[in-house]
Write a protein that binds this ligand. Structure first.
Ligand code: SF4
Length: 331
């Protein structure tokens, strides 16, 4: 599988792609993506990541100093009170410079909070200590079941050990890093696990500054994996049937709003392409799926689907322009 390292010298900008760099969705929260690869293969993965992937053909890694430079520029545009959330489409702990990244992000004057997501499998005690010293404020832990067999099935790898992940969760909760347990609710699979996960989060002291639990709804995505036969809920069913019932039974607040995380609307980086526009981009790197290449234009990345060239200039039509994420097809 090609591994693409994005350095300052590569000239590849760090806004425009979902795979790496920075995503600005018009709030004070910036998604910061230093890498794009995963070490497990959840059967419900929305991006079909990990060793069991059937569609992902490239891994990406951004040079730490280059990423921090870009975050500085975007944070300056956003103003005070930015949260940098490290949430690669994969496992951020696979990024070798994660600790320096956290430290450098914390050093940006406008950045108030640095948080990250993890599946917990690589969270050693040493790593937790290092992240704590670097100033990590919150860790969102994806933990979907406490039952060892089900947890392993939901991780999609035979070596997954839920006891190790639980131990890591305890250590994080005892450190200065706040812990949020973030199970994905998979109707028909882990229904019986959610009450236990709520009790576990409370017992170990998760949620000191922010909520202890952030239960996520499972969504269907075009390139994602799905558990065979699973019935997807509507948002109404998710909130009114599932979340409210667990909230009532456990006495724990589970219905969250962006305000619980200090999120507020902020001006978004101005869009540089509009949908339908025809432009030339310079192809610089392979895409994440077959047939896709990453082009560069107007200091943004453009994902070109069914790209006819592996390098050089290509004329494309922008088919999607949202939150500064650009997707195009040959024009
Ligand atoms: S859901 Fe997350 S942890 Fe699981 S395979 Fe996908 S990226 Fe990896």
């Amino acid at each position: 599988m090609p591994h693409v390292r994005i350095t300052r010298e590569s000239g590849i900008p760090l806004v425009g792609s979902l795979y790496f760099g920075i995503i600005d969705r018009g709030t004070n929260l910036l998604q910061v993506r230093p890498n794009c690869s995963c070490n497990i293969s959840c059967p419900f993965c929305s991006v079909d990541a990990g060793p069991g992937s059937r569609t992902r053909i490239t891994t990406y890694e951004v040079e730490c100093g280059y990423l921090v430079e870009w975050v500085k520029q975007v944070a300056e545009f956003k103003g005070d009170g930015v949260e940098c959330h490290i949430d690669s489409p994969g496992e951020p702990l696979l990024y070798p410079d994660l600790v320096p990244l956290v430290k450098d992000l914390k050093g940006i004057p406008e950045v108030r909070v640095v948080s990250m997501q993890s599946n917990g499998t690589l969270l050693s005690s040493k790593m937790i200590d290092s992240l704590e010293s670097a100033g990590l404020d919150r860790l969102n832990l994806s933990l979907h079941a406490l039952d060892p067999v089900l947890a392993r099935t939901l991780a999609g790898v035979s070596w997954y050990d839920v006891e190790k992940v639980k131990e890591a969760a305890r250590r994080v909760a005892q450190s200065a890093i706040d812990l949020l347990i973030a199970p994905v609710y998979l109707p028909g699979s882990n229904d019986g696990e959610i009450p236990g996960l709520i009790a576990f989060a409370r017992e170990i002291g998760a949620g000191k500054r922010w909520p202890a639990l952030g239960i996520q709804k499972c969504e269907h995505y075009r390139y994602g994996r799905n558990i065979h036969g699973m019935k997807f809920q509507t948002w109404w069913q998710f909130y009114n049937r599932s979340i409210r019932a667990w909230e009532k039974d456990s006495g724990t607040r589970l219905l969250l709003t962006p305000r619980d995380f200090g999120m507020e609307k902020r001006a978004m980086l101005p869009a540089v392409f509009r949908k339908g526009e025809k432009v030339r981009v310079d192809i610089r790197a392979p895409g994440w799926i077959l047939g896709e290449m990453l082009g560069v234009g107007r200091n943004r990345i453009v994902s070109v689907l069914d790209c006819p060239k592996k390098q050089g200039a290509v004329r494309v039509q922008i088919v999607s322009s949202k939150h500064n994420i650009y997707v195009a097809r040959p024009a």
